[in-house]
Ligand binder design. Structure first.
Ligand code: THU
Length: 136
């Protein structure tokens, strides 16, 4: 079922939450501070930030951090309406492939807002990750 389009106010609120979340990033290796905020179909917002590790491969991105919190805090099955991502450097930064697959798990029409070449832009996860892997 297509999700309800984001209002301007919802988009602004989600981006603001992502910007606030990036202040909590733990990124002593890359110095690339990222925050993410997700909006669920129940109207709740959850945030996350990237958390790096001396063993680099253990790093988790802001998007997955936010989504895993949303799963933990949501009663019943999580469905996402939108994900917003912000970075302190304000450079183009769309979700990585792993995060795209995780976003796709929780909705086909999730709006994804991220810093593009000319400020923030919006796509759907279906556009960002066509033919995503599914088991059902
Ligand atoms: N990172 C994110 O948190 N989200 C993205 O969309 C891109 C990359 C993080 C992972 C790592 O801590 C740092 O940015 C540099 O790759």
């Amino acid at each position: 079922m297509p999700s309800i389009p984001l209002t301007r106010a919802e988009r602004d609120q989600l981006l603001e939450a992502a910007k606030q979340a990036l202040e909590r990033a733990y990124a002593p290796y890359s110095h690339f501070h990222v925050g993410a905020a997700v909006l669920t179909d129940q109207g709740q917002i959850f945030t996350g930030c990237n958390v790096e590790n001396a063993s680099y491969g253990l790093t988790i991105c802001a998007e997955r951090s936010a989504i895993f919190t949303a799963v933990q805090k949501t009663e019943g099955r999580l469905a996402l309406r939108a994900v917003a991502v912000a970075n302190r450097a304000q450079v183009p930064c769309s979700p990585c492939g792993a995060c795209r697959q995780v976003i796709a798990e929780f909705g086909r029409d999730v709006a994804v807002i991220y810093h593009g070449a000319n400020g923030f832009q919006e796509s759907t996860i279906a556009d960002l990750l066509p033919e995503s892997f599914r088991l059902s």
